[in-house]
Design a protein around this ligand. Sequence first.
Ligand SMILES: C[S@@+](CC[C@H](N)C(=O)[O-])C[C@H]1O[C@@H](n2cnc3c(N)ncnc32)[C@H](O)[C@@H]1O
Length: 450
Amino acid sequence: MASARLCCPRCAAELPSDAGTCVGCDAPLPVIDGVRCLLHDAADARGRFAAQYAAFDREGRMQLEAIATTLADGDLPMATRARLQRLAEGVQQTSTISRMLARRGGLTEPAPHHTDATVPSVAGHGPLSNDYEYLFRDWGWGAHADDEHARTLALVRRGIADRPGQRVLVLGAGAARLAYDLHHALAAGHTLAVDIHPLLVAVAARMFAGDSLVLAEFTPNHLASPHAVVERTLAAPAGAAPGLELLLADATRVPVVPGTFDVVVTPWFIDRLDRDVRSLLPAVHAALVPGGRWISYGPLLHARGKPLSACVTESELLEILPSSGFTPIATHRDIVPYLLAPDGSGRMESVLVLTSEKRDGDHWSLPPWLRGIDLPIPRALRLDAVTPASPAAAAIASLVDGRRSALAIATALVRRGLPARGALDATIDGLLALLRGARAAEPGRRGRRD
Ligand SMILES: C[S@@+](CC[C@H](N)C(=O)[O-])C[C@H]1O[C@@H](n2cnc3c(N)ncnc32)[C@H](O)[C@@H]1O
């Protein structure tokens, strides 16, 4: 069973399956509990993951102290005491599991000295409690969640031709239940599930390995679970078939060899992305074979605070796709259960399944110098033919000198005062916008809408 072919995020060199450092540029390529971490600042990201685990642990200890202080008060009803004691047990159980996962991943050390983290990747900044609930829905609710999983799988499969051996890439895979279900239902050749959340990925790795974990689920609904905490056993329905893999990486620059996937799925992801969807499409385009399918699944429920222009609707997506190298071939809307928990909480949500086919043409794909963000950006880009849309775009264009990489430009912008976090994404978005402009300005292309 062939594995997914992966690349170095700094220099885009294809990586042998067992290399601990990049064969092209010597960048460290850590493996965290069996899962490769392919980020340009992997060593620093590891430190951030370790810091997140430590913060999660600290929070647990503070909760235990607060509960102990409350329990010391003699004036509590018996039922309240029982509830607080159950809560304390749940917190303890959660800490035990998260410490075990941190140990397995070698994430117990405090953040190491920063190497070149002037410009960090997107990984490791949010708390581990983000999206925690997916762990229970994906692996802990047993038969109760079967309908939710089955409906998701059926909707996503609408867009996928039924033939065994396909190579499937799931971006923003979360706790990876859909990737697991797709891999088995499609009899896929291999399925690569990519996310940047260290805890979700760590639990998914244990599930794929056939382990089980006992985790406490905290629920605010005291009607359904009087002790506000339920012990759940997380386990996959069966061991994962060979070829199902996890990767810690940034989905917007997913480090895979171009043209090596038949299907890319982005489940509940494009709206979660805090950037323009056009930041993601070049990576999806690059990953697919010509004629390969991209299936976007989920609501278009953009996060509060996201730039308004990036909060795209279905019709905006349909307008963007042809000029990004995709032919939309089917749209389907449905209303599906979302996080419908055994305690009765959850909701129904409107979702869109949008299936597109990749059109052949390298110019729509992430260019090599963005697949390897430390590669020089060629001067031949003719960015001088483009009128930058903003002072930021003009600054980026002025720094393209044939030697600097996207990483070097982002670093230069940070030195000029751009906040480090997000600087790389902003630089890449600026470069992609300039590329689109350069392409639109090409002789013979003006006015055409491909
Ligand atoms: C709304 S959740 C959806 C998870 C999963 N697809 C599901 O439906 O259960 C969005 C996921 O995207 C991940 N994510 C956000 N930005 C990402 C990025 N740049 N690269 C990889 N994963 C990312 C988050 O960690 C989170 O797991």
